[in-house]
Design a protein around this ligand. Structure first.
Ligand code: ZN
Length: 453
């Protein structure tokens, strides 16, 4: 007997179907920038059409078309969107042990740029929709499949564009997309499986320092924009903002952290120090918990003189700052001032990119369907709601359609987050276990059937 209640022949058939589609789309180079996702959308369109599912291409640019397919049930009911982005980040081929756009299957893994972020889910969701269509299953409501563009760079012509220009195609009650959800950690013989219900927001800003310009041959120590910027970058980069621990973060700490550190992490007064200990003891869990303790300041861009012999009058740093709900932009800016004012430097502040954090509630009918299917297939699994530290397209959908429940979730039943050393997105040798991507197709079909029963 194969896993998950299928017989060997059914499992092998599913695996073959998933691998054929998955490797075909991995072979289409959708590196963003520039994107060029339309060729990938056409592969998906042909596959869906061969399974009796018509789809539409739509978008702002001909080479960057989103694909949308709808499957209507036999009775009225809610709309479930299964979504994924087709674009991938640039791959440095020299760092890879296989060509990143060859769709290689070896050693039990599928290798390629996008193997976990997130052509796996794009392929698995398409196969789930095709199976639903072929089976002639009776269900309520509507299943919508969306393969979108431009998530990694701009979201200008992808999901945000769909929400603004073609809302009738994407409006929904429930949505499954990427996030950290579906990754898991082993704790006391159980699998604690993350469910991403929300995400932190961008509050990215620029710090500009001013000083006296001059010739590089005559040092300027009192009023140097470069030296002052360096002080600002060090102060912000090493700053530990005040910690806060929401009830959801406390529950996540209870689910993931060992006894010894648990109480110290949940107490805002000791959380920062405890997080440092956790980082040494368990970097994967620390990577999940630490961003949920509050605002983060990560200096990423430095700009000053273009010539080595010129002391510039200005220098700039870009800071990737992410905030939790409940923190306003004004509070963020005030906190920056609290860090920089004591340095006695001449500094200016400017926002680069800001969004509002948003989240969906849990439990809901969708989280209950996920839990039911998962616990039937993986009896040792337990769901743990959390917020993703990074951005996903789900936030556009939550904002456009208030009341829509959007989660990040794609289960990896075989490999834990620890086995993946914190995840493989945006990394050389990005790969996924064949059994994991095959199960994802089965899972999305089962969740759709359960939710829309
Ligand atoms: Zn992604």
């Amino acid at each position: 007997m194969s896993p998950y209640g299928l017989d060997d022949r059914e499992w092998k058939g599913l695996e073959d179907e998933v691998l054929e589609l998955f490797t075909s789309i991995l072979r289409v180079d959708t590196t963003n920038p520039p994107g060029d996702e339309t060729a990938c959308a056409l592969v998906l369109r042909d596959y869906l059409a061969a399974n009796g599912v018509p789809s539409t291409l739509t978008g702002e640019l001909p080479e960057r078309q989103n694909l949308v397919a709808r499957l209507e049930g036999s009775r009225p009911g809610p709309t479930l969107v299964l979504m994924g982005h087709m674009d991938v980040v640039p791959a440095d081929e020299g760092e890879w042990s296989v060509p990143p756009f060859a769709g290689v299957v070896k050693d039990g893994y599928v290798w390629g740029c996008g193997a976990t972020d997130m052509k796996n889910q794009v392929a698995a969701e398409a196969v789930a929709v095709a199976h639903l269509a072929r089976s002639g299953a009776d269900f309520a409501g509507t299943v919508v499949y969306i393969a979108s563009v431009d998530e990694e760079v701009g979201t200008h012509c992808g999901v945000r564009w769909l929400c603004e220009h073609r809302p009738e195609l994407i409006r929904c009650n429930y949505l499954l997309n990427e996030g950290m959800g579906g990754l898991w950690l082993p704790v006391d013989g159980r699998k604690v499986v993350l469910l991403a219900v929300g995400e932190k927001a961008f509050a990215q800003f620029r710090i500009r320092t001013r000083g006296a310009g001059g010739h590089g041959s005559v040092p300027e120590k009192e009023r140097s924009a470069v030296i002052d910027l360096a002080k600002a970058v060090v102060a912000l980069g090493l700053y530990d903002p005040p910690a806060s621990v929401s009830p959801m973060t406390a529950a996540l700490i209870d689910a993931l952290v060992e006894d010894g550190l648990r109480e110290r992490l949940k107490d805002p007064a000791t959380a920062r120090e405890a997080a440092r200990d956790l980082r040494r003891a368990d970097p994967e869990v620390a990577g999940l918990i630490e961003p949920l303790l509050g605002v983060t300041f990560t200096p990423t861009i430095l700009e000053a003189s273009k010539a080595v012999n010129v002391i510039p009058t200005h220098a700039e740093a870009g800071v990737d700052c992410r905030i939790l709900p409940g923190m306003s932009l004004e509070q963020t800016r005030a906190l920056v001032a609290e860090v920089l004012d004591p340095l006695g430097i001449d500094w200016r502040f400017e926002w680069i990119d800001v969004t509002e954090p948003n989240a969906s509630p849990a439990p809901t009918a969708l989280s209950e369907s996920i839990a039911r299917v998962l616990c039937r297939d993986l009896p040792d699994a337990v769901l743990a709601p959390m917020w993703s530290a990074s951005f996903t397209d789900s936030r556009w959908v939550r904002e456009a359609f208030p009341g829509c429940v959007a989660y990040g979730f794609a289960p990896f039943p075989g490999e834990s987050l620890r086995a993946m050393q914190g995840g493989r997105d945006h990394m050389p040798d990005e790969r996924i276990a064949v059994g994991d991507v095959t199960y994802q197709a089965l899972f999305f079909e089962r969740v759709a059937r359960d939710l829309l029963a």
